[in-house]
Design a protein around this ligand. Structure first.
Ligand code: BV8
Ligand code: ZN
Length: 239
């Protein structure tokens, strides 16, 4: 059986589907991945930039990185992989899309039930008061941006060492435990607790399908490790 025949068979029998996406699904839209080529920025690793310490040390440098990414994301379009996930959602009785991506491409592709476990690059949050707001301008005119209260604002994303938004995370855990099929798409599966959702789903009896162009630490622990591009594989599940 071809991998898509197996995956289609499992999906056709599923009432509840949960998906975890990573930077790989947006790579073909032109958004740099975290750990692949082109992900570096001025020779700095994302892991060193996406931290509270980097922001505290130099909020302007941190914001220059986010502005650079916002500028790129504003010019790209969702690809066939994003669109196929929105189609699978329409056909599933229960469907939850958990994403580690902060680019907002799943929203633009028409997905509905999206859990952004690492936040959203278009959201700004005040470092002092409780205000949070969306600013969709590709590049912010003034860096670092400020809140109405005058304090410096930060990107509304989850940095390394920061807890995930509790309500969003607990919904993601429920969706992983409840699903019959769990799709793991375009993630290097090294960032926790997000990557743990696949193991959680499997321990609750789900069929876990990984779609990735390379091996990951989870490839040996899934029911089907499908070596393919997300934009080629996912549309085959809705043909
Ligand atoms: C937490 C948002 C605890 C920001 C991101 C030491 C100190 C502190 C923490 C830790 C530590 N050691 C471990 C940890 C835990 C840490 C962690 O997991 N670290 C890793 C690196 C070891 N996790 C955390 O810190 C998390 N928080 O644990 O908190 C806690 C609890 C309670 C209270 C307080 C604290 C927070 C993690 C969130 C970090 N934020 N991003 C931003 O975007 O700027 S993570 C970042 O990595 C992105 O979200 C990204 O999505 C995510 C994972 O990367 P991927 O999406 O998988 O992307 P990557 O580039 O790695 O891989 C791309 C994949 O796609 C590849 O496999 C490639 O083959 C594939 N691909 C490429 N093209 C295609 C494709 N596949 C298919 N088709 C294609 N065309
Ligand atoms: Zn404020």
């Amino acid at each position: 059986m071809e991998p898509w025949e197996t995956a289609r068979h499992w999906l056709s029998a599923a009432t509840s589907v949960t998906v975890l996406t990573g930077a790989g699904i947006s790579a073909e839209s032109g958004v740099p991945t975290f750990r692949g080529p082109g992900g570096l920025w001025r020779n700095q690793r994302p892991e060193d930039l996406a931290t509270p310490a980097a922001f505290t040390r130099d909020p302007l440098r941190s914001w220059e990185w986010y502005n650079w990414r916002r500028g790129i994301i504003a010019t790209v379009q969702p690809n066939a992989g994003h669109l196929a996930l929105a189609r699978i959602e329409e056909r599933s009785a229960q469907f939850t899309l958990v994403t580690q991506n902060v680019d907002g491409l799943h929203d633009r592709a028409g997905s509905r039930n999206i859990l952004k476990v690492h936040g959203d690059i278009w959201t700004l949050r005040c470092t002092q008061c409780a205000r949070a707001w969306q600013d969709l301008r590709p590049a912010l005119p003034e860096l670092p941006p400020r809140c109405e209260c005058g304090a410096v604002a930060r990107p509304g994303v989850v940095w390394f060492g920061e807890g995930l938004p509790e309500d969003v995370w607990s919904e993601a855990v429920l969706a992983a435990r409840a699903c019959d099929v769990f799709l793991l798409v375009g993630t290097s599966a090294v960032v926790y607790p997000a990557a743990g959702l696949a193991e959680l789903a499997r321990s609750h009896g789900a069929k876990v399908v990984e779609i990735n162009i390379e091996d990951t630490p989870l490839s040996a622990h899934v029911d089907l490790s499908w070596r393919a591009r997300a934009s080629e594989a996912l549309p085959r599940l809705v043909e």
